[in-house]
Design a protein around this ligand. Sequence first.
Ligand SMILES: CC(C)(COP(=O)(O)OP(=O)(O)OC[C@H]1O[C@@H](n2cnc3c(N)ncnc32)[C@H](O)[C@@H]1OP(=O)(O)O)[C@@H](O)C(=O)NCCC(=O)NCCS
Length: 178
Amino acid sequence: MRAPSDPPSVPAEIELSPMRRRHVRDVLAIERVVYPRPWSAALFFSEIAQRSSRYYLVAHLHKTLAGYGGLMCQQDEGHITTLAVRPEFQHQRIGSRVLFALVSEARQRGMASLALEVRVANWPAQRLYSWFGFRPVGVRKNYYSETGEDALVMWVDDMQGEEYGARLGRIEVAVRRA
Ligand SMILES: CC(C)(COP(=O)(O)OP(=O)(O)OC[C@H]1O[C@@H](n2cnc3c(N)ncnc32)[C@H](O)[C@@H]1OP(=O)(O)O)[C@@H](O)C(=O)NCCC(=O)NCCS
């Protein structure tokens, strides 16, 4: 929680909520701008319908859908399936806020590890994931067929450990003060 003396800031006004079907039109508008091969509405509908194994969030800023992200949980392995912020809203810690919520949910659901794929050239996203403790563990060749780009596989193991809990605590302080 922000202390009463903390200065108000744009990210503090971000509201996170579960992604619903009514959000998908705005999600797709972002998807088309930030990804060379955007997901379809049908894919988002299918993902958010699987409530026991999926967790999708949207972030609103002043009623505008500014970003979103998703988590998939299978047995004790979590996977960040997507994370995106509208270009004009990037660099305001919205991505960090969404990722923090997804990672916290994964931890709460008892995931032992958490993985994701990211384009090898996507340094901003890799920096963000490194901050959250994701380490590169391998490369999937030609993972992104539309561009032939390789994916870097990053993961966090021992999500339930004290050390990772402490890292999340520090991140929480940082994102709330952003
Ligand atoms: C990746 C993406 C979601 C990040 O969203 P964002 O809202 O801009 O991210 P944030 O403002 O929370 O900040 C990310 C920051 O974490 C920063 N960070 C890394 N380590 C940090 C640390 N120790 N302390 C504080 N910040 C740190 C990164 O450097 C980056 O800062 P920048 O704004 O100076 O570049 C956004 O760029 C995006 O939508 N990109 C296109 C889609 C995409 O690539 N998604 C990822 C697919 S795997």
